[in-house]
Write a protein that binds this ligand. Structure first.
Ligand SMILES: [Zn+2]
Length: 388
């Protein structure tokens, strides 16, 4: 399967920005070394637009500037000319994608994995898929600008080890980047999957141009990626954003993190399915719950609505602390759209400090199921630019 990442709602600000970036990178890919004025003339874009895009491309390490000959000319940097790979692990799957610097997916593969699979075996599956996508694209490992990888766990930025809580028990305490580097034969940069979702939505999705946002991953695990002043905020140990483990009921269900009554124990996808099983008589997928709720099933609508109320309360607290301009909801439960967002909106308005929540934008992730894997691509190019 291949195709364009689903970021482009026609006419959206993000789609326009992305198209303009692609036009400028396209000019540079022809091996030319234009000045900004040349670019404006040849693309027909306003000089100010070209200037903004070039500033972003310089910041991202995609282009380099050379003014040794008296003219300030631009050329593609090594990071801007190649492809990057991304590996994203969910609770029971891994997705591998190859994309260019504009996050256009060239090739992708997905495989189901057992939840308790040891890390080495999960990495062996990803390595096989990586070779398949490289073969499909006619590329090889050596030509990659970099490899990014996402895990549904905090990654300790001091040691590179996978922290707990994670929904992948086979990975806890392991040095993920080192193991992945050995499995793939190239250095790998690793981050938490909600952080990657935040990065991708900031760069390619509905968060474009937003300096402060929170990306909320609502799946089997629950976490947040925080963009503060235009940059990912990881905290000194890489654990920032663990909203799924804030306590909402001190004597509630035991959580996999060892605490009781964490948000995740009441809103994870599994919890929604379990709530409905006695009523429905079987295990529904989240897609089936959403479809049933949309066609008027009261129990399914109630399960999703109550999830929205509980997530909304935690998000109101987050708004009071961080004051983001935008909350982007991704992960499996984002399929519920307004069935989930409407109750969230209600509680955010009721519980948030007015000046922290007035005018806040609440939306589902534009990049959908590809948000995390595209964040890995962004991470790979950023790391390549930092090294180059
Ligand atoms: Zn917990």
């Amino acid at each position: 399967m291949s195709g364009q990442a689903a970021a482009d709602r026609p006419g959206s600000q993000g789609a326009l920005r992305r198209a303009n970036r692609a036009r400028i990178l396209g000019e540079l890919r022809r091996g030319r070394t234009p000045t900004q004025a040349d670019l404006a003339r040849e693309t027909g874009l306003a000089p100010a637009t070209v200037s903004n895009i070039v500033r972003d491309l310089l910041r991202d390490g995609m282009v380099a500037v050379d003014d040794s000959g008296g003219r300030r000319i631009l050329r593609l940097s090594p990071a801007g000319s190649g492809l990057a790979a991304s590996i994203d692990y969910g609770h029971r799957h891994v997705m591998v994608a190859l994309a260019d610097a504009e996050a256009r997916i060239i090739a992708e593969r997905r495989a189901d994995l057992a939840q308790d699979l040891p890390a080495e075996q999960g990495l062996a599956v990803a390595a096989r898929l990586l070779h398949e996508v490289l073969a499909e694209a006619g590329a090889d490992l050596g030509s990659l600008a970099g490899i990014g990888m996402g895990l549904p766990a905090p990654i300790d930025s001091r040691t590179g080890t996978v922290g707990s809580p994670t929904i992948l028990p086979g990975w806890v305490g392991l040095p993920a980047a080192t193991l992945a580097g050995a499995a793939f034969g190239r250095p790998v940069t690793v981050d938490n999957d909600a952080n990657l979702g935040a990065l991708a939505e900031l760069r390619w999705g509905c968060g474009a141009g937003t300096a402060n946002l929170a990306y909320l991953k609502l799946s089997e695990g629950v976490g947040a990626g925080l963009i503060v002043d235009g940059r990912l905020f990881r905290g000194p140990n890489g654990t920032a954003g663990e909203i799924g483990h804030t306590t909402v009921d001190e004597f509630g269900a035991l959580c996999r993190c060892g605490n009781r009554g964490c948000l995740e124990t009441v809103v994870a996808a599994r919890r929604v399915v379990d709530l409905l099983r006695p009523v429905v008589g079987r295990e529904l997928s989240i897609g089936e719950v959403v479809a049933a709720a949309r066609s008027g099933d009261r129990a399914c609508a109630r399960a999703i609505g109550d999830t929205g109320l509980q997530v909304g309360r935690a998000v109101a607290d987050l708004c009071n602390l961080v004051n983001p301009e935008m909350i982007i909801v991704g992960g499996e439960l984002a399929q519920a759209g307004d069935l989930l967002l409407a109750p969230m909106r209600q509680v955010i308005a009721r519980c948030g400090v007015p000046s922290a929540v007035d005018g806040i934008r609440l939306t589902t992730a534009t990049l959908g199921a590809r948000a995390h894997v595209l964040g890995g691509i962004t991470l790979a190019f950023e790391s390549a630019a930092a090294l180059g």
